[in-house]
Design a protein around this ligand. Structure first.
Ligand SMILES: C[S@@+](CC[C@H](N)C(=O)[O-])C[C@H]1O[C@@H](n2cnc3c(N)ncnc32)[C@H](O)[C@@H]1O
Length: 312
């Protein structure tokens, strides 16, 4: 389908303050009919992120920042970012190089998916009521990408060691920088691993994953913004279950008794239910929206272990 033409904007919008510049940017973004779904869901929030980044403003003092005056150079920098967001259909987080996950700042590059999993909400509550946070000693995050879930788990479970695995060496480099930026090198270990191949015979209290789960036919229909992300972070075979299947098949060998498996499968929820109809998945609900995340107790994983291996 041909793209709508990029609406022309005056090279120097007539604005005097940060608030006016954000309002101008939001109007421009709305007219461009972009797709939102990479950490924000509306043009106003994206405009705010782009303008704050262009002007080097801190998000923790936003109220004061809105009233600040803007000069021509600052307006030009912000206008350039807004223009790239529209012209290149690139998620804002790749333009600013950062986003927030469960309240933690995370560096992102096009080597990693832009963090947006509803699992953030679980991390914020220490996976309550599914687990006793004080007893969690080992966590495995499969497909860590930027490291966002592993890092949020390290904050949620202060006594835990976290293994942050990914099959992509480029993603692991970004995860390493994020782990370092949060001073978590002693507790979060980035590991190159194809699902469980890099973790030996280790067992975990929690295995958590936001793996790729987009079916091949849906990949082709995704808005342009998603094609800026690494394909390996999204595409998972014909039904979207290629990696999920392997996570389920190996979970019994890597969960502690009393442990918990949490996996995001998004819109592939129906395919999961159809593939394993006898498994008592608990589908989690989130206050901030999103879904398609199941929890499964280690005892149920153990009961279903042959079933999972047979289906693999
Ligand atoms: C949907 S992204 C999630 C990234 C991050 N956890 C997040 O929530 O933003 C999936 C990640 O799984 C990784 N991945 C894909 N196949 C994998 C495999 N077989 N084993 C381990 N990681 C894999 C990708 O490289 C990507 O970083």
């Amino acid at each position: 389908m041909p793209r709508p033409p990029v609406p022309r904007a005056p090279p120097h919008p007539d604005v005097a303050t940060v608030a006016e510049l954000i309002a101008w940017a939001a109007r421009r973004l709305s007219r461009a009919r972009l797709h939102y779904g990479h950490g924000t869901d509306n043009p106003r929030d994206e405009a705010g992120a782009l303008v704050f980044h262009a002007l080097g403003l801190a998000h923790d003092d936003a109220a004061r920042a809105y009233a600040l005056p803007v000069d021509a150079a600052a307006i030009a920098r912000a206008a350039d970012l807004v223009d790239r967001r529209i012209r290149e259909r690139v998620p804002s987080a790749y333009l600013t190089g950062r986003t927030w996950f469960a309240g933690h700042e995370i560096e992102v590059t096009p080597d990693v998916l832009v963090p947006r999993s509803p699992i953030a909400e679980l991390c914020e509550t220490g996976f309550a009521p599914w687990t006793d946070a004080a007893r969690v000693r080992r966590v495995l995050d499969i497909g860590t990408g930027s490291g966002c879930i592993a890092i949020a788990c390290a904050y949620a479970f202060p006594a835990a060691q976290v293994d942050a695995t990914d099959i992509s060496p480029a993603a692991l480099e970004v995860a390493k920088r994020n782990i370092g930026a949060h001073g978590l090198q002693g507790r979060v270990s980035p590991l190159l691993s194809d699902v469980y191949s890099g973790v030996g015979d280790r067992r975990y209290d929690i295995i958590v994953s936001n793996p790729p789960y987009v079916p091949e036919a849906e990949m082709r229909a995704l808005p342009s913004e998603y094609h800026r992300e690494p394909r390996i972070g999204l595409a998972a075979g014909e039904r979207g279950l290629d990696v999920v299947r392997r996570i389920l098949a190996g979970a019994d060998e890597h969960l502690e008794p009393g442990g918990l498996l949490v996996v995001e499968v998004g819109d592939s929820q129906a395919a999961v239910q159809e593939s394993w109809p006898r498994v008592p998945f608990t589908w989690l609900e989130f206050e901030r929206g999103g879904g398609g995340v199941f929890a499964l107790a280690a005892a149920d994983v153990h009961r279903c272990r042959r079933y999972f291996r047979r289906e693999s």
